[in-house]
Structures are given as C-alpha cells and as structure tokens.
Design a protein around this ligand. Structure first.
Ligand code: NAD
Ligand SMILES: O=C(O)C(=O)C[C@@H](O)[C@H](O)[C@H](O)COP(=O)(O)O
Length: 542
C-alpha cells in the first residue's frame, strides 16, 4: 500500500490568530502550496460558510469540515490551515493525532487576544461571532485553548510579530525535532533540537520570572551574548554569571558564589535560571536552580554535543567533591531544553568526538539504529568541523543522532526519574569512566572516559559469560572508528577499585555495574567476582 502524502504542517488557532496570512507566508517561503480548509469547504459546497451555516446549521457544517480535513491530511503536500472550531470535532482530533504519530506537525498559532479579536472583527462574515463579537471570542477561547494545546505538538506565540516574523518562527519550529519528556513524577517538558531552538527561550521561561540568571562559561560567550539579547528583548532583567570552565565550574565554591549573588540581587522563587554551555555548566546551573529557595524554574541551552544528548536533558544536576564526580546533587527537571545546533558551529572537534561516546552508549543500551548511523557516518563524524557544519547533510545526521539519543534517555528518565533501577542503565560505562576522570584530574574528557568504561563493562560481561567476544570487539572497533579511546593504562587497579566503590550505584561494600547481555538489552551486575573485576581491568590496558 502506498504511503499517504501528508501536509508539511497543519495550522490551528483562534479566529483572527493569522492562520491564513501566516500559513500563506510559510508556504511561500518554503515553496509549497497552501490550502485553507474554509476556502476549500466553500468551494466544495458551492456557497459561503455563513450561508451554509444559516441553511444547514453548525452540525452539518462540522461534518463536511471533518471529512474535508481527513481527506487533506491523507493527500496534501503543503501547508494546511484549519478553521478555528475544526479541532473541536472528535474525529478531527483523532485524525490529527494519527497525523502527528506519522511525524506530522500541528502548529497552534497563539496570538495576543487583543490583536486576534481586532483582526477577527475586521474580517466580518464569521457566524461564530454573531452578537457581542468580543465576548463570543473570549468564550470560545476559554473552550478552545485547552483543546488546541492538547492536539498541537508545536506551540507558536506570535504576540507583536509581523506575519513574516511569525512565519519564520513557525518554519524554525516545524523543522526542529522535539522530544517530549514526561512521567509520573515529572512536570512534562520538551527538548527542542535544531537551528534556532534558542529563540524560544522566552516561550519556555514564561511570563512569571522578572529576573533571569544566565549561567555560562567564557568559551561560549558568543552564544550567551545571543541568549542575553533574546532575554532582554523579552523584558527580563538578566544577571550574567560567568563560571570557571569545564569541571572547575562544578564545585561547591562556585555554587556558593552564585547563591550569594542571587541573594544580593533579590532573586525570588518566581525568578529563573538559564544554564548555557557544555554539560559541566548545565549540571551546575541545574544544581543552583534546584537549590535556590528549594527550586526555581530553569531552562538549559546546551552547546556541546554531549550536553545536548545527555547532560542537559534528564534532570540530574550536581557538582563534584574532592572525593569524586557528581557526589552532591539532585534530581530536578528543567522547564525545557533548547539544543540549538547553531551553537555547534564553534565546537572544537575533540569535544564533539567526546560527545559521540554518550551517543554510542545510548545505541548500545537502547537503540541499535544509533549504532548503524554511527557506523555509516563514522568518517564524516570523526572529521567534524564546526565552521563547515551548518546546513550540510551531516547536520541532519547529527540532529537525528541527538533526537534518538535523547529519546533513549527520555524513556529511562520518564520511568525512573530518581534512579531506583531502570535509569541506572544510562550509567553504562560510567563506573570505570568516572574513576578514570578523577584519577586523570579531569584532564580526560567525560565522553572519552565513558568510551573506555564501556569497553571495560563489555570485557567484564564477556568474562562472566553474558556476551561473546564479537560484541566486545564490536565495542572497540566502533568506538575507535569514531576517534574515541578504548584503552587506559595510567592508573593502578587499587586506586580504580577504591573509586568504583564510591560510585553511586554501589551499595554498602558491594560493587554494582550495568552490563549488556545483547545490544539493546542491559542487566544489573551486582557484586561480581573480584577476579573478574581485575581481569577486565587488565584487558583494557591495551
Ligand atoms: N547530568 C547528566 O545527566 C550528565 C550526563 C552526561 C554528562 N554530564 C556531565 O557533563 C560534563 C561533560 O560535558 P561536556 O562534554 O559538554 O564538557 P564541558 O562542559 O566541560 O565542555 C567542554 C568544553 O567545551 C566548551 N564548549 C561547550 N560548548 C561549546 C561551543 N559550542 N563552542 C565552543 N566551546 C564549547 C566548554 O566551555 C568546555 O571548555 C561532565 O561534567 C559530566 O559529568 C552530566
Ligand atoms: O542520566 C543518567 O542517569 C546518567 O547516568 C547519564 C550519564 O551519562 C551521566 O554521565 C550522569 O551524569 C552520570 O551520573 P552519575 O549519577 O553517575 O553521577
């Protein structure tokens, strides 16, 4: 059976929101056809909608409307805008849900009410606004807004924007990928991935915060300048907080300095934090947000591959102590994550490669397609050059890797935010990895240490009969093809063992690991035999 041709985007919203005007502009910029459901209905029934309403009534109109929309959702390759009341019909809600399931984008165009009412009145000919038009509009808005929010998977605020500006925002957002993170103990949030994702900072922060602490490191100054400008344009008072780079920023002294500053500057519980930078910066910013007044809203703007795929997305926040990595912290989810791929243009090659370590981890534990993508594009990925990256086919591959990796993470986080069991699988390769980082005084990058840690875990699993040698060799070959290290020989087993005992998975005096028993299938390994733990360490010496 041939696959249905689906619209590139379906636009919904209140009367006067600008669905037709903005939709036409989007179609024009994207060189696509545009269809307006109301115009098509008038063509089909051979009369104007007010006349149809008058002669046959609203239920008959809704029936015709729902049938036409269902047809267009299956057979129209363009931008399709719906009448204001269309999403209220149950069969249209089902059709939109199945369109989204198939990868479709339903855009809720959310205009300023005053602007929308003025436009709706200006046009005239709207049977739903008969009588006191503004009062009717407000009543309909109260009914429809929650439904629009629930049927759309893209929400675009257009207050004060020109149709062209709103169209560009819609295009940015529909071409972005989004991973929705939810769960019983989580306030749902989205991870937006793609060029321009950072432009949605104000939408995610909302209008409650007056002050925003923008926490970032110096190497990402040009990206924090952009974030600061966006925040100021939206009317927030911005406190620019520069922290020491990389692991030097993940300390209690740095956190303490920021708490003092927030106190001096009068940050209240309704104010907010934005963490911008690599994983170290987002870990620290999340920790500050989690602890300031016992928790304020925060948004992460990750700028390294590793922060985009992992550190910024799952609500593990924290700092290191002299005794080890991430020993103090909390589980505290962000209000949103904006992984703007424009920031990768300045990312050095070695830091990009490091991020592939966590990408490969997610492939091993939960998505073999990630491994296939890594194999297929290993040479291009290893040669990553930020200056030539944007707009290339490689950007698309990287976006797919980010989306898939975040999806693996989201599945674990959604089911087990506080790491009671399942979430520990995300720690594949980290038991040894964190020990290496510590023993190397953090001169080794996190993703590189995790790469060696995965080879170690694979060796351990092989020694104990969980996996065969081919799978261990596959770890080595794949990771090496990406430019990641697969061996480490700069520390003693006793030092490593002592640090592995301080890993957060350990219980009492017992070591605990996570290992594979096949690709995509992870198991806990509690208290393994001491000689196997040592033997695996010997095997990663070369
Ligand atoms: N919370 C979690 O779930 C989680 C998950 C994985 C890793 N982590 C943590 O994340 C950290 C590692 O993250 P990382 O690899 O991003 O390291 P990092 O934060 O140390 O950043 C690496 C370097 O790249 C720079 N940088 C980042 N983005 C840049 C850009 N766009 N242009 C130029 N320079 C840029 C940084 O300033 C830094 O110098 C570790 O502390 C690790 O423990 C946390
Ligand atoms: O999200 C998780 O859970 C992870 O374990 C992800 C890891 O990749 C990440 O490095 C995390 O920071 C490790 O946390 P820790 O609890 O082992 O310190």
């Amino acid at each position: 059976m041939s696959k249905a041709i689906r619209p590139r985007a379906v636009i919904i919203g209140m009367m006067g929101a600008g669905k037709t005007r903005v939709g036409k502009e989007v179609a024009h910029i994207m060189h696509l056809p545009f269809a307006d459901a109301d115009v098509e209905i008038e063509r089909e029934v051979g009369m104007k909608i007010p006349a149809y309403f008058e002669r046959y009534g609203e239920p008959a109109f809704r029936k015709v409307e729902a049938e036409l929309i269902a047809d267009y959702l299956e057979d129209f390759d363009g931008i399709f805008s719906l009448g204001g009341g269309a999403p209220m019909t149950a069969s249209t809600q089902d059709a939109l849900a199945s369109y989204i399931e198939d990868g479709g984008r339903v855009v809720y165009l959310d205009a300023d009410p005053a602007e929308a009412m003025e436009r709706a009145n200006r046009g005239g000919g709207r049977p739903m606004l008969n009588g006191d038009a503004n009062a009717r509009w407000k009543m309909l808005f109260a009914q429809r807004d929650p439904v629009f929010r629930s049927v759309a998977n893209v929400h675009v605020h257009t207050r004060g924007m020109t149709p062209q500006g709103a169209a560009r925002k819609v295009i940015d957002m529909v071409s972005q990928r989004t991973v929705h993170v939810t769960g019983t103990s989580i306030d749902p949030y989205d991870v937006a991935i793609g060029q321009g994702a950072m432009n949605h900072l104000a939408d995610v922060l909302g209008d409650k915060p007056v002050r925003v602490a923008l926490i970032h490191t110096q190497p990402v100054q040009r990206h924090s300048d952009r974030a600061r400008a966006l925040l100021r344009q939206s009317g927030y008072e911005v406190s620019d907080i520069v922290i020491p780079d990389a692991e030097s920023g993940k300390t209690s002294a740095v956190a303490n300095g920021i708490w003092e500053r927030l106190g001096e500057e009068g940050f209240t519980r309704s104010d907010a934090v934005v963490g911008l930078g690599g994983g170290a910066a987002t870990d620290l910013a999340g920790f500050v947000a989690a602890t300031w007044m016992r928790g304020v809203r925060y948004v992460n703007c990750p700028t390294s591959l590793l922060a985009m795929v992992d550190a910024s997305t799952g609500g593990k926040t924290g700092i290191n102590t002299p005794q080890g990595k991430n020993l103090v912290g909390s589980f505290y989810t962000p209000a949103g994550v904006l992984a703007d791929t424009k920031t990768l243009a300045s990312l050095p090659n070695d830091i990009f490669i490091e991020g592939l370590g966590e990408v490969a981890k997610s492939g091993f534990i939960g998505d073999p397609e990630i491994l296939s993508l890594l194999e297929a594009h290993a040479d291009e990925l290893r040669a990553f050059n930020g200056a030539d990256f944007l707009g290339t086919p490689l950007e698309n591959v990287v976006c797919e890797l980010i989306e898939r990796t975040v999806s693996v993470k989201a599945r674990h986080v959604s089911a087990d935010l506080k790491e009671k069991g399942l979430r520990e699988f995300l720690n594949y390769g980290h038991t040894l990895g964190h020990a290496i980082e510590k023993l190397e005084h953090f001169r080794w990058r996190h993703g590189n240490a995790v790469a060696v840690g995965m080879v170690y875990a694979a060796e351990l699993a092989c020694i104990l009969g969980y996996i065969d040698r081919d799978l261990v060799d596959y770890h080595r070959t794949l990771l090496a093809s990406l430019g990641l290290p697969t061996s480490w020989h700069d520390g003693s087993f006793d030092d490593v063992l002592a640090l592995m005992h301080r890993d957060k998975k350990a219980r009492g005096n017992e070591l605990r690991f996570v290992v594979l028993d096949s690709i995509g299938h992870v198991v806990h390994l509690d208290n393994p035999p001491a000689d196997a733990v040592r033997e695996a360490f010997e095997r990663i010496q070369h």
